[in-house]
Write a protein that binds this ligand. Structure first.
Ligand SMILES: Cc1cc2nc3c(=O)[nH]c(=O)nc-3n(C[C@H](O)[C@H](O)[C@H](O)COP(=O)(O)OP(=O)(O)OC[C@H]3O[C@@H](n4cnc5c(N)ncnc54)[C@H](O)[C@@H]3O)c2cc1C
Length: 463
């Protein structure tokens, strides 16, 4: 089938507003951040419902046409990059919340709903969708499922996977899989939804999901504390978890130079007066009683101060101050001042982090004299974000830095991707985390779901 007749067929399925080509395709949604996905395409299809997704995929399958699935385009591993030969399938028009069931505490939402929107809709019912991260205003539900997004509150509520009860998805040949049951317990055979979550658009297009909501906590206690050593930070984590009685909801650690960068731009607001220290930690607890929780929170911090685990603390006294502290942690675009930078998202046992970071810093500087290494992350989840600024941004520099970051992870049984996925960016490094039998099995699974290899080809699996 010629490109022209495929585009005509796609237009006949979605209507003219649902299929962009030519100039309209070039101007379509430019993501507002550096290093955004490359976006060229034969056509951009924007189906309005699951039936249209199914018919679009059926047509592309028949034509052997590659399809790149697009959500909010905030992914950080180039999973949604596209070239001129691809069709982009964007879920942006599938943005309805189909139902909120307050008795079951579930929400059924379509893939194109923005994360912040579904969080706000849940809150209007006295509930929360607790998976939360800096790109909440742009990332979409489908993209978050496809990448199994993590974020700031994994320590308490788990990753996206832990919040999904059912999924609706369309296979490469147009077959619709409807598993929107919303059951908490469902051990009837293989759990296909968990195979699709985190599959980065390589196995199916996710069109909707049933999400598990939680009761909205009444209190949100937040503090920024300075800690003198890595050992103190790890003891602090345990101590806060013990003393806060299950209310600890975030434990975000920023190494000294990262904290300096995160507080260096106007977006961070005026930083609180906190004694400079090797580690700054954002601690959050959420609970059911504003007065009692605040007292418990402050007592826990006082105990940590007396135990020498922290040197100084700033405790938020209002919603504005809570917001101001979180703004610092979310101000990750501030690292762009050190461009060219390479960003990494790795996982490793907490006990191995200090050695790993110290060795990485030394090796980086041995290779690039002017190199800087910034570290911050969701330490409670064993997840660090690393930003290397080696002073060079070319492919050779990137390859060297990748080797320095990823190779040592193997000895700690760490992961080259904690929460961002593999996409195109890390596929050469998949074998640093997954064994040959696992990778072979992944290939077989891909073959079963998408034998013509039309869905997000080349993502995750190395050539
Ligand atoms: C400032 C910032 C902070 C971030 N912080 C975090 C963080 O703390 N934790 C974290 O986990 N991530 C974080 N991210 C990464 C990103 O927001 C997540 O990976 C997010 O889940 C991507 O969602 P998206 O809708 O933007 O997906 P996209 O970027 O559009 O797509 C991501 C991948 O999913 C596929 N995909 C998209 N929609 C579907 C669908 N409906 N069906 C099948 N496949 C699909 C795409 O093809 C691509 O491979 C951050 C990003 C930014 C810019």
């Amino acid at each position: 089938m010629s490109d022209r007749s495929l585009a005509e067929e796609l237009k006949s399925i979605t209507g003219p507003a649902g299929c962009l080509d030519g100039e309209a395709a070039r101007d379509w949604r430019v993501p507002p951040f550096p290093n955004a996905p490359k976006r060229a395409a034969k056509a951009i299809v924007r189906p309005a419902n699951t039936d249209e997704v199914s018919r679009v995929l059926k047509a592309c399958h028949a034509a052997g046409q590659s399809v790149i699935v697009a959500g909010g385009l905030t992914g950080l591993v180039h999973g949604a990059d596209s070239g001129g030969g691809d069709v982009i399938l964007s879920l942006e028009r599938m943005n309805r919340i189909r139902a909120i069931d307050t008795a079951n505490r579930t929400m059924t939402a379509e893939a194109g709903v923005i994360i912040q929107t579904l969080q706000e809709e849940a809150e209007a019912q006295g509930l929360i969708y607790p998976v939360d991260w800096g790109a909440r205003g742009s990332a979409m539900l489908g993209g978050s499922l496809a990448t199994n997004a993590g974020g700031n509150r994994v320590i308490r509520y788990g990753m996206t996977r832990d919040r999904v009860l059912g999924i609706e998805a369309v296979l490469a040949d147009g077959t619709v899989i409807d598993n929107l049951s919303g059951l908490i317990k469902n051990n009837a055979g293989y759990d296909l939804k968990n195979l699709l979550i985190g599959s980065e658009g390589t196995l199916a297009v996710i069109t909707a999901a049933v999400l598990r909501l939680s009761e909205k906590p009444v209190s949100q206690c937040v503090a920024l504390v300075s800690s003198p050593s890595f050992e103190s930070v790890t003891s602090l984590l345990r101590r806060m978890d013990q003393t806060l009685g299950g209310q600890l909801s975030a434990f975000e650690v920023m190494w000294r130079n990262s904290y300096e960068v995160l507080t260096s731009t106007p977006e961070a607001g005026r930083p609180p007066k906190l004694a400079p220290a090797p580690y700054t930690v954002l601690i959050e607890a959420m609970g059911p009683d504003i007065a009692r929780d605040q007292v418990q929170f402050e007592a826990a911090l006082e105990g940590a101060l007396e135990a020498g685990l922290i040197d100084d603390a700033v405790i938020a006294k209002s919603a504005d101050e809570v917001h101001a502290i979180w703004r610092i942690r979310d101000n990750v675009f501030a690292f762009a001042a050190h461009w060219p930078i390479f960003t990494f998202d790795v996982s490793l046992p907490i006990g191995a982090m200090e050695t790993y970071i110290a060795q990485l810093g030394t090796r980086l500087q041995a290779e690039f004299a002017a190199a800087k290494l910034f570290v911050f992350g969701h330490l409670g989840d064993g997840n660090l974000h690393l930003i290397a600024a080696p002073g060079a941004g070319d492919a050779a520099a990137r390859a060297k830095v990748e080797a320095l970051v990823y190779e040592p992870l193997q000895s700690f049984r760490g992961s080259v991707s904690a929460e961002h996925g593999i996409g195109l960016e890390k596929r050469a490094w998949l074998s640093a985390t997954r064994g040959p039998h696992e990778i072979a099995l992944m290939r077989q699974i891909k073959q079963v779901f998408d034998p013509k290899n039309i869905l997000n080809p080349g993502r995750i699996l190395p050539d």
